[in-house]
Write a protein that binds this ligand. Structure first.
Ligand code: LFR
Length: 473
């Protein structure tokens, strides 16, 4: 029988791409059709996403896909979490979607604590406290851009927003709503009571749909402009991390996952949210996943720090690639520098290189010399956090973690995989690189009835892509 073709749009905080998937009934093959950078724009004190440019790139991708003249069945979008656009009564986007690294939400958590104790917020939402959660952004918007907030008619998270531009249909997909701290974790529905107590609007929401729902067709304008036709638009686990975990071929029971991209997301896939004292104290999140699963995880500031070090180095010292950074790190004289990657100072600094160096100096470590020593400070910071996160996960769940499944672009970095195995003392199984895209694709295959379950999808992923084992040394 003829192969099935699907398109996955995966928007990360640093870059986005369109991938074509071909499924022949046994294996999946991927082909990158379009890749583009995602460049947030600082305007005055704020940082925004260049939303229409991203939508433009989405259409460029569709044009390239159309040019292949294949019979493409469906497409789906996944993006980073927590950010959104507001739609007015006429159906227009109002205000510019703000980037989660914007600092307008700093201090909001403390303010909210005075209205609804954080313990109560956690008891219902089960979501970790991070400044940028959608809930806190709403609170900041109400104060800082009230004319946008008050005129908002509907809220659409980034993937919902792009889906709306493509189909004209407004809906909220469950996984992306969940990571924003807008849902009651157990009821898996809007936490209206919490919104009310915080004085936030409760009428901004559309239908809450499950990942794996066929949403509809492209509007005529998009079909005409791109030349692509009769493609179904599907809502998958539209939060990239939901898709990354869906795309992780777990084998061993109680295995942890570690999704390595701009962020490092370390956790475990479970059936029901864990809302105990430890998960609250350790600030672990219970994000909604695909097929009714929950992702119990911790956010660790990830390769964002390395990406930005590279950017600075290229700008001021000379062109370097990631393999160059790895080589320099392996050859570094001093390998003991270490930063705390979760320190707020690494969130959006003007110069990452200077920030890492000053951190080491201020913490009496001396001055890292050269690219290798600076990069080692980052590697050590990350893997030290991985070690802590695994240990806490074992306490929260009461389970022993046998191994860590690493997925995402970051696993192309062998050194990171090795150091992760060494720091955590756990076996690391690395692969596939394209976790989010594959999770996106298998949920499409399920939605159109080509496969029956996520389990079946994960088996196909395992049979189609290589995995590499790193044992702790
Ligand atoms: C990863 C991710 C994380 C989310 C962070 C901010 O790309 O989606 O899951 O916490 O970005 O949105």
């Amino acid at each position: 029988s003829s192969p099935i073709y699907n398109l996955a749009f995966d928007f990360g905080a640093s870059s986005g791409r369109l991938i074509l998937s071909k499924f022949d009934g046994r294996k999946i093959e991927l082909e990158e059709i379009h890749r583009f950078t995602n460049n947030p724009v600082r305007v005055g004190k704020n940082i925004y996403w260049d939303t229409f440019r991203l939508y433009h790139e989405l259409k460029v991708g569709l044009k390239k896909a159309a040019a292949k003249k294949l019979n493409i069945t469906s497409l789906a979008i996944d993006t980073w979490g927590v950010d959104y656009g507001f739609i007015d009564k006429e159906g227009n986007l109002i205000g510019n979607p703000v980037n989660y690294r914007d600092d307008r939400t700093i201090g909001v958590i403390d303010e909210i604590d005075k209205i609804v104790p954080l313990k109560e917020v956690y008891a219902s939402t089960g979501i970790q406290f991070m400044n940028f959660n959608t809930l806190f952004q709403f609170y900041a918007d109400k104060k800082m851009r009230p004319s946008v907030y008050e005129n908002a008619y509907k809220f659409l998270a980034m993937p919902d927003l792009f889906n709306y531009f493509l189909t004209g249909k407004m809906f909220n997909e469950y996984t992306i709503a969940s990571t924003g701290q807008l849902l009651d974790a157990k009821k898996r529905f809007w936490d209206i009571d919490l919104l009310k107590r915080l004085g936030l609007k409760t009428d901004l929401f559309c239908e809450l749909i499950k990942p794996g729902t066929i949403v509809g067709d492209l509007i005529d304008e998009v079909a005409k402009e791109t030349g692509i036709e009769s493609v179904k638009v599907i809502a998958v686990g539209s939060h990239d991390t939901a898709s990354a975990v869906a795309g992780t071929p777990f084998e061993e029971e109680n295995a942890a996952f570690l999704s390595c991209g701009t962020w490092s997301l370390l956790g475990m896939e479970i059936d029901e949210p864990v809302l105990n004292e430890e998960s609250y104290q350790y600030n672990y999140t219970n994000e909604g996943g695909v097929e009714g699963k929950i992702r119990l995880l911790k956010n660790i500031n990830g390769l964002w720090i390395m990406q930005n070090l590279r950017k600075d180095w290229c700008e001021f010292e000379g062109e370097v690639s990631f393999p160059d950074i790895i080589k320099a790190s392996r050859e570094a004289k001093r390998k003991d520098f270490i930063i705390d990657p979760n320190d707020q100072r690494f969130s959006a600094p003007y110069s990452m290189m200077k920030e890492v160096i000053s951190y080491c100096e201020e913490h009496s470590q001396g001055t890292p010399q050269g690219l290798g020593e600076i990069a080692m400070a980052i590697y050590n910071g990350l893997t030290h956090e991985y070690k802590n996160a695994v240990a806490k996960l074992e306490v929260i769940t009461g389970k022993t973690i046998p191994c860590i499944n690493m997925v995402g672009g970051g696993i192309q970095d062998q050194l990171l995989c090795e150091l992760t195995a060494n720091a955590t003392g756990k076996k690391v199984i690395a692969g596939p690189i394209e976790g989010s895209v594959l999770g996106n694709i298998v949920m499409q295959l399920k939605a159109i009835g080509v496969i029956e379950s996520l389990d079946e999808g994960r088996k196909i992923i395992k049979d189609s892509f290589e995995q590499k084992v790193h044992l702790p040394m």
